[in-house]
Structure formats: structure tokens, C-alpha cells
Ligand binder design. Sequence first.
Ligand SMILES: [Zn+2]
Length: 323
Amino acid sequence: MRGQAELGLDPESRGWMDGLQSAAAERDAVLARLHGLLLQVTRHEAGRTNGWVRLSGPDLDDLARQSAADALTAITAQLDGFRGQSRFRSWACKFAVFAVSATAGRRFWQARIMALDQDDWDRLPSSLHPHERAERNELLAALRRAADEDLSGEQRRVFTAVTLHGVPAAALATVLGSNRNAIYKALFEARRLLRARLAANGRDLAHLPRAPLTGSAWLDDLLAADPGDAGCDVAFHVLDRYAEAELNGTGPESRFPGVAAHLRRCEACHQDYQGLLAAVEGLRARRVCEMTDADMRPHDEGLRGAPVPVPQPCFGDLHVHMA
Ligand SMILES: [Zn+2]
């Protein structure tokens, strides 16, 4: 039965969809072709994000292969979710990039031993001018007190792991038996509560959404929690359309303001988005097919600037499921 996903597709996307919904022999050939495309994307993405997973050679390629297999499984299971709002390739690449992040998160702990309950607050911030250090020490004491008194154990654990120790959300989700969206919600709520507490205690942090702050820039950045933030699940849902809009120059920030706000504050989704942009752009230029080992190197393109988003409803109840 043909559903909405079959309506109004570009010829290439229709070809993929028809092939993936065809009889067994033809479908197997299309699956093999799709797997090849996904593997090209995951190999590039594994190299791009290898700065935090720290694999090399066969281990890095194994990560790419596992990710491509996981992406293929997810795509075939969710084929009805493709509505033709982007090109099929862009939609499929989204699963490939996300699978690399998830697989890397599972392997993050293979090379590390870290107690999640440690909280070395002196790691914040990493560099300051001497005249800023006295204020920083005072702010840190207030921040730590607020974390102890106002955050749940789950929120505190997520906040300190991400903020103090730079644990990627995918890795944290693995060790806590949670998922990226739940981790981010706990982090978001921790930021919001800490910000409100410091404001209530007379710090110069304005607690109204997006109000200009007169406090320390590092603390403002640390506790920024935009109520228009759409969250990880919504971001994943539209990321292919968002990437195509950016590459087409049609302003994704105005179409998806909640996702724009999210990509500014969620490192995991921001990184996936950078990977998706690279993949879609590479496929467009047919450069992915010509990738060599020289492409398998880590790099970080940094945050992209984006205009201030229009407010949207934020999260409802915020829960994180811990093991
Ligand atoms: Zn996210």
C-alpha cells in the first residue's frame, strides 16, 4: 500500500522508495546500494568526530560499519516516516550520522574510567584573566551550593558530567541507560534551575528568557536555557529538512526557530548537524564517492551563528531515566 511517503517525491527519492518496497530480489540490491551509501557517510563521520572517541585503523572502520548497519536497520524500520519533505538521501544520511554518534557513545567508555559522581568544580571556567578569578571563585561557590540544594540527583549528575567533564550526551546515555533527549532535558532543567537560583540570590544574572545579562560571560553561557528550545527529538525529526534549507539558502532558522535554539545549546545535535551538512553537501557534489583515507581525520567546524529564534513552547515535564 502506498502512503503519504509516495506523494510528490523527486525522481531519485521515488527510485529509492520504490526499490525499498519492491519484491525481494530487487529490494536486496537496493538495500546493498543504500548500505554502500551509508557506509561512505559513516566512514567520513567517524573520522570527523573521532576527537572524542579516540579510535584508529580497524577499530574506527568497525565503528563506521556498525553504524552503517544500525542506520540501515533504522531506515528500513521507519520507512513509513519518510514523507518526501526532503530528499531521501538527506533523510537517510541523518540516520547514518546519528548512528555514528550513538555507536561512538557506546565505545566511549572502552578507553576511559570515570566516576560520574566526581565533581571538580575548579575546572570551570578553563581560562580567565587574573582580575576575574576572585569573582569566579565566589560564583563557583554559589553555583555549587545551588546544585547541591536545588537539583535532583539525576540533574546534578548530568550537569556535572557534561559541564565539568565534557562527557558526550551519547556516552552519558549509554552509561545511565537513558537516551539523548532525556539527558538533554535533565541538562536543560539543571541550567534553568541554577540560573533562577543565582538570580534569586541577587547575582546579576537576569532570569527572564533571553534578557541581557550583566554577570560573567562564562556563567551566562554555562546556564543559558532558551525556553524556545525544541529538544533533541524534534531536532532529529526535522534535521534533514533543516540542513537542506541551510544549503539551499532558504533560512532554516526562521522555519524551525525551536530547532535553531536547540542546535545552539545541544552539542550532540550540533555535531550531528555539522556531520549531516557535510554528508548532504558531499553527496550533492559527488565527493563522498571519491573519499580517501585523507578524509578520515577529525576536525571541528565550531558553532555556526544563527539569529535569535522566535519563542516556541518548550519541554513539558522533564524526566531523565537513570539506570
Ligand atoms: Zn540535542
